[in-house]
Write a protein that binds this ligand. Structure first.
Ligand code: GLA
Length: 512
């Protein structure tokens, strides 16, 4: 029997997409705007949601599993084909200017200049990977068609809720559809989108795209990257009172792209060097399959176990994974004795290579700036965070009978995750730390930064009874203090109870 392929759905009613609020007025406005600009209503709408990550931060690019969920906020793209060789882009938000780019006549892929800051780059990323897919799957296919496009987003930008992945997934889906691909598997779309942000110079992992594409209403996702991409939806246990996740935006802008050399990409480089040093010290060879073409901490763990324990690669079994990860954390403590960091000369020496070789292998793929490479703390965070994901999953799948114990245990893991991101990974900021403190002391069981961090959003585990207390405390002690005069509308946007929503899809229901 051939396994059933999970396809990106096509829906014709907005109620299949949105549960908590009526989006008909939004769509009607967008349809009218589209008609005004392009002379007709769009052929279809492609949309992809943002996500919130519950736990498992900064470990996806090391291929460790994560636990995000798609949210209802999304990017929608209204599309019609046109007869020109151009993609015309309008944005529902007037602060983004109208853009347009030509499609090369020789069938080449669109070029993207990551040094130019323009919102059109995100569309181009999606277009490029979709075009690559079209050329591979239909080698003699025609040139990609011109498109008239209107983009509208409710995922706040640069806030850690994955607006860029949502945009790129929706753009890739829109391009495929406009070029006649009406059926694409979720796995395919995710795989295409995962590599796309690298064209903008960010070496992100695959969590955001997986959550955006595979999102399922009322379900969180257990996303595994190895041995292959697998997204398993699961429901939260029924509890009394009900549990809820509150997202609080620090309103500190966190631009992953602009700060990549000192933040995001630097972390990717540090964990890669750490993985290679571990492999070198333990005399194992590891696959060179990271985003920057080096080994990964997951790859090292597999190789280590194969070599020394005679065990098969970890198949995702929770207990076995837990034991292995604990062992890895111990190994990190033994191998990396310089807990305050390594100079390039010291890191090269640990690897038994020259500084030039270190530059070639690790520091030339993407520009990074640092005083010392933090190898100990980054590697320790990764193994311990991967362990917390397994512990969190175990609690959700086999919850203690008593709901309060469940909230407490889940909350503790989230708090520890935040502490590690703050202390070991340095990816929090004082505003997020403050938000987490306030939330915890007003009723949140667990509070942590979510997404890449360095600003952006936090997520809080609260019961339905405590939501209002936590919100009130944050409004009084954080928002009104730091942003005097903040409007009620801005507060409403900054504090959101997030329900897990459906993933990427094509809407063909026309004007609602
Ligand atoms: C960003 C990246 C993801 C992931 C998170 C941190 O959202 O796009 O791949 O690494 O940061 O967990």
């Amino acid at each position: 029997m051939t396994p059933e392929i999970d396809l990106v759905p096509e829906v014709s009613s907005l109620s299949e997409i949105y549960l908590t609020s009526d989006h008909a007025p939004r769509y009607r406005k967008l349809f009218e705007r589209f008609k005004e600009a392009y002379g007709e209503y769009p052929d279809f709408v492609s949309r992809s949601p943002g996500r919130v990550n519950l736990i498992g931060e900064h470990i996806d690019y090391c291929y460790f599993s994560v636990l995000p969920m798609a949210i209802e906020a999304d990017i929608v793209i209204l599309v019609s084909k046109n007869d020109s060789r151009k993609i015309n882009l309008l944005n529902g938000d007037s602060k983004f200017e109208q853009e347009s780019f030509a499609l090369p006549d020789d069938g080449a892929f669109v070029s993207i200049d990551p040094t130019v800051t323009t919102w059109a780059n995100y569309f181009k990323c999606g277009h490029l990977v979709a075009h690559q897919y079209l050329s591979e799957s239909r080698p003699r296919s025609k040139l990609p068609v011109g498109m008239d496009v209107l983009v509208d987003g409710t995922v706040p930008a640069a806030a850690g809720l994955s607006s860029s992945a949502a945009f790129i997934c929706a753009a890739a889906l829109a391009t495929l559809r406009a070029n006649g691909i009406t059926s694409v598997s979720k796995e395919q779309l995710t795989t295409l989108a995962i590599v796309s942000e690298r064209h903008l110079g960010v070496f992100s992992g695959g969590m955001d795209q997986s959550a955006s594409v595979f999102g399922k209403r009322d379900h969180a996702l257990y996303v595994q990257f190895q041995p292959q991409l697998e997204c398993t939806p699961f429901k939260f246990p029924d509890t009394e009172p009900q549990l809820a996740f509150l997202i609080a935006n620090s309103l500190v802008t966190a631009n992953k792209h602009e700060t990549a050399p000192i933040n995001y990409n630097l972390r990717v480089v540090e964990v890669s060097i750490a993985a290679e040093i571990l492999a070198h010290k333990c005399s194992v060879s590891i696959p060179q399959d990271s985003g920057i073409g080096t080994g990964t901490l997951r790859g090292f763990m597999e190789a280590y176990y194969k070599e020394y324990e005679g065990a098969l690669p970890w198949d995702g079994e929770v207990l076995e994974g837990t034991i292995r990860l604990e062992r890895m954390a111990k190994l990190v403590r033994t191998v990396f004795v310089q807990t305050d960091g390594y100079t390039t000369a010291e890191a090269a020496e640990e690897l038994g290579i020259t500084v030039d070789q270190l530059h070639d292998r690790f520091l030339s793929k993407t520009p990074v700036r640092f005083e010392k490479l933090q190898l100990y703390s980054r590697a320790l965070h990764v193994y311990e965070e991967a362990l917390r994901v397994l512990q969190y999953l175990t609690l959700l799948l086999h919850p203690p009978v008593d709901s309060v114990s469940l909230f407490h245990d889940l909350g503790q893991l989230m708090n520890k995750s935040h502490d590690s991101l703050r202390g070991l990974y340095n990816s929090s900021c004082k505003e997020l730390d403050e938000i987490c403190e306030i939330a915890r002391s007003s009723g949140s069981y667990g509070s942590r930064v979510t997404g890449a961090g360095f600003g952006g959003c936090s997520v809080h585990l609260v019961t339905s009874q405590k939501v209002q207390d936590v919100k009130n405390a944050l409004i009084e002690q954080y928002y009104r203090v730091r942003f005097p005069g903040i409007s009620d509308a801005a507060l409403e946007d900054a504090l959101v109870i997030s329900k897990p929503g459906i993933g990427s899809l094509v809407y063909t229901g026309g004007m609602p």
